[in-house]
Ligand binder design. Structure first.
Ligand code: EPS
Length: 394
């Protein structure tokens, strides 16, 4: 069954909505499975005032009965608490577009006479529903043994090394303890200081976050067409998050500077015939197909485009050059971007898994996952004799 979803809702409208289709019947689901990630998306050093107003909680109006999915579309909603502050208000027109935001391009495209109409839907508020949908996908994946986590790798010029000899689960747990979702406490402190300095300078900061899926079955995705490659789908999903401008699979950019023999992950024979790897610089994908090693995706986020001190622009109402005006926004949203990246990864993996194995109920899916071919010599018998192409062609 194919997984698909749509979201609706505007940043200061009454509520956000999503419909998710393709989740099999019989998946136990608590609101807490969703709300835990909604809360994670709201937390992080460098957030603006809006996050003190909202306390996102999902409601489910279809597709889940007595704590289990039924196989029918799942309808989700999250109310915007801020709406009550806007519904009776006379809205001050926004006529000076912020460089970097959708204010100008939205007006060019849709012919708006008020730039707020662009920002209302282009706002990253919409990612609330992706996180809600991703929470359900994560729950389904967890039933198959797949878990997803992430951390902040860089904020502005401050990057982190991973603490040595820690499992991925430990890295994710340490990141959750940090206000900037950084697993390395010293680097985390430096990141916070960088954010403080930037706030003082009335400016904003970007950076890089990493998301990882552990225990992904091998064989998801394909090389047969551009749109069936798992790495390509992950890149598309990550770049669809507002403000994300670069994607790296594994050590993609560092690998580009090295020789092949230094890059490619040596295949080893482990006890019992499992095919292991000495490293995972490929980030868990070869030929557009998952290898079964941890799937690692890093994403570059540009600095938030609402800048307190203003950026040169043009007031479209007066036709005169003018600095952008400031309402309110985040100074650095990197910590909050991590759960959004995790959600997009969960959605893509659920899509690719469903496409490979189908299944209308959880039991059916679990059985099929257990029957998947693995990276194991016993699962890969070779004919090992010469052969000819034999096309029906002269
Ligand atoms: C955003 C601006 C801020 C952010 C918002 C994204 O909202 P407001 O204009 O209401 O202060 O807080 O993000 C969210 C509301 C959210 O839930 O992530 C923007 O312009 O993109």
């Amino acid at each position: 069954m194919a997984i698909r979803f749509l979201t609706a809702g505007e940043s200061h409208g009454p509520m956000l909505t999503a419909i998710l289709e393709g989740i099999p019947a019989g998946l136990p689901l608590k609101l807490e499975d969703i709300n835990i990630d909604l809360a994670r998306r709201q937390k992080g050093f460098g957030s603006g005032g809006r996050m003190r107003i909202e306390s996102d909680q999902a409601q489910i109006t279809s597709g889940v009965v007595q704590g289990k999915t039924t196989g029918s579309p799942i309808a989700l909603l999250v109310e915007n608490r801020d709406y009550k502050n806007w519904r009776e208000k006379d809205i001050v027109p926004v006529t000076t577009p912020r460089p970097g935001h959708a204010d100008l391009t939205g007006a060019i495209k849709y012919g708006y006479q008020e730039l707020r109409l662009s920002l209302e839907r282009a706002s990253a508020r919409e990612t609330t529903m992706r996180v809600a949908v991703g929470g359900i996908c994560k729950k389904l994946l967890s039933e198959m043994g797949v878990s997803i986590g992430g951390y902040v790798k860089q904020i502005g010029s401050i990057s982190t090394d991973l603490p040595e000899n820690l499992s991925w689960d430990e890295i994710f747990a340490r990141s959750e303890e940090s206000e900037v979702r950084c697993p390395h406490p010293e680097s985390g402190e430096k990141m916070k200081e960088e954010i403080r300095q930037t706030m003082k300078a009335q400016d904003t900061l970007g950076g890089i976050f990493t998301v990882v899926a552990i225990n992904t079955p091998p064989g998801l995705g394909s090389y047969v067409h551009y749109d069936r490659r798992l790495d390509a789908a992950l890149a598309q999903a990550m770049l669809s998050i507002p403000a994300m401008k670069g994607v790296e699979i594994g050590d993609g950019f560092a690998n580009a500077l090295k020789r092949g023999s230094e890059v490619h992950d040596k295949i080893t024979l482990e006890e019992g015939g499992r095919l292991g790897r000495e490293s995972n610089r490929a980030g868990g994908v070869e030929g557009g197909i998952s290898t079964g090693e941890p799937l690692i995706v890093s994403v570059a986020m540009k600095p938030i485009s609402t800048v307190v001190k203003g950026i040169n622009s043009v007031n479209l109402a007066t036709g005169k050059p003018e600095l952008t005006t400031y309402e309110r926004s985040d100074f650095c949203a990197l910590p909050r971007a991590v759960p959004i990246g995790e959600a997009m990864m969960a959605i893509v993996l659920t899509q690719f898994l469903s496409e490979k194995i189908g299944g209308d109920s959880l039991d059916e899916m679990k059985l099929r996952v257990s029957q998947l071919r693995r990276s194991h010599v016993d699962d890969l018998p070779m004919d090992n004799c010469p052969w000819r192409f034999g096309y029906y062609y002269d």
